[in-house]
Design a binder for this molecule. Structure first.
Ligand SMILES: Cc1cc2nc3c(=O)[nH]c(=O)nc-3n(C[C@H](O)[C@H](O)[C@H](O)COP(=O)(O)O)c2cc1C
Length: 329
């Protein structure tokens, strides 16, 4: 039995998001979530070409870093962590998977067959693999052969139009341990509402041909209640949350509580401290700015404070603004 089959209730996952779901943000989210409502977290996607390259490996390894403190939260919450890889050459998938299995401490490997970004699909990778079903299967098989870890796939419903039934049937032939279906086509990017009817189509197909393979739906989930409704309407085994976490970092804490501005702003500072402690100069301070928005909403004066935070250049300026804001209100 692989870990995807061990959860008692529906599966709740935090999506892989580049420059967002590093070890620091994952730890922050794990630390404020109910263990029952956050079961799996994903690392940012990592290029198999990069990982297999002697110099490139150093450049991409931050994507696979799991800090000791994140590990503690994973254990405390009994949550699993999955590395996600992308590329186009099955041999490189095989090699990269061996590296991840031997040198890192992940519970699973996920293959990105969903990213729609032009410069990536031009390399016949990610969502472009939907056009190359045999290559997609070869990649899954090559990855599975390199590891004892469960190998899952995250994908979309088609290229220009939904082709869910045929595409998911093709993937299931290679027996991935789970499939996350982002309910949009490549063409839809993330600009149109997700079409959860497609998740239902995938779940029904799975019931017929691969009952043991969880189907995780993805797209526009905004709360646990929303997730539970989508699960019951589609027959999916769980949901993956992406941008919803930007609107509500406490989303996986269920039932929801009152989150005061003190709680939000202290969390912002904790996140910033952990970011600086973990990455030092390795990552730019600018990356933190996209998170300021997450913590500055739902209280009076939030947007003014946010605008000021965006002008900051270091931790001291942030701490000063936060304490001024807390004192004056
Ligand atoms: C900033 C950002 C970075 C992303 N990076 C990845 C990634 O590395 N791998 C991946 O499979 N999807 C990535 N995605 C897509 C999300 O995982 C998710 O599929 C998508 O946002 C749809 O879910 P949502 O509607 O809940 O946001 C990214 C999305 C965003 C917004």
């Amino acid at each position: 039995m692989n870990f995807w089959q061990t959860f008692e209730g529906p599966i709740f996952a935090l999506a892989p998001m580049e420059d967002v779901t590093d070890t620091v943000f994952r730890e922050i989210v794990l630390s404020i979530s109910s263990p029952k409502y956050l079961n799996v977290v994903f690392a940012e996607f990592t290029s198999v070409d990069g990982l297999c390259h002697p110099v490139g490996k150093d450049k991409v390894s931050h994507r696979l870093y799991i800090s000791p403190t994140e590990r503690k939260w994973l254990e405390k919450n009994k949550a699993k962590i999955v590395a996600q890889i992308w590329g186009s050459d099955p041999e490189k998938f095989h090699q990269a998977t061996k590296i991840i299995t031997q040198e890192y401490d992940f519970d699973g490997i996920d293959i990105n067959m969903g990213c729609p970004v032009r410069k990536i699909v031009n390399q016949i990778a990610c969502s472009e693999l939907i056009k190359f079903p045999n290559l997609a299967k070869e990649i899954i098989i090559a990855t599975k052969e390199a590891t004892h870890l469960p190998v899952s796939v995250k994908t979309r419903t088609g290229i220009k139009t939904h082709n869910t039934e045929q595409w998911i049937a093709n993937l299931l032939e290679a027996k991935p341990t789970a499939i996350t279906l982002h309910a949009r086509t490549q063409k839809m990017m993330s600009a149109y509402p997700a079409e959860w009817q497609q998740v239902k189509i995938a779940a029904e197909l799975r019931n017929q041909i691969a009952a043991e393979t969880p189907i995780i739906g993805n797209g526009d989930v905004i709360s646990i209640d929303d997730a539970l409704q989508k699960i019951s309407q589609t027959g999916a085994d769980g949901v993956m949350v992406g941008r919803g976490i930007f609107k509500n970092p406490f989303m996986f804490n269920y039932p929801q509580e009152e989150y005061t501005k003190e709680v939000r702003l202290k969390l912002l500072l904790r996140h910033l401290d952990l970011f600086l402690e973990t990455w030092g100069d390795e990552k730019s301070y600018q990356i933190m700015k996209k998170f300021f928005k997450i913590y500055t909403s739902e209280f009076a004066g939030a947007s003014d404070l946010r605008a000021k935070l965006m002008q900051t250049t270091n931790r001291n300026e942030v701490a000063l603004l936060v304490s001024e804001h807390l004192d004056e209100q």
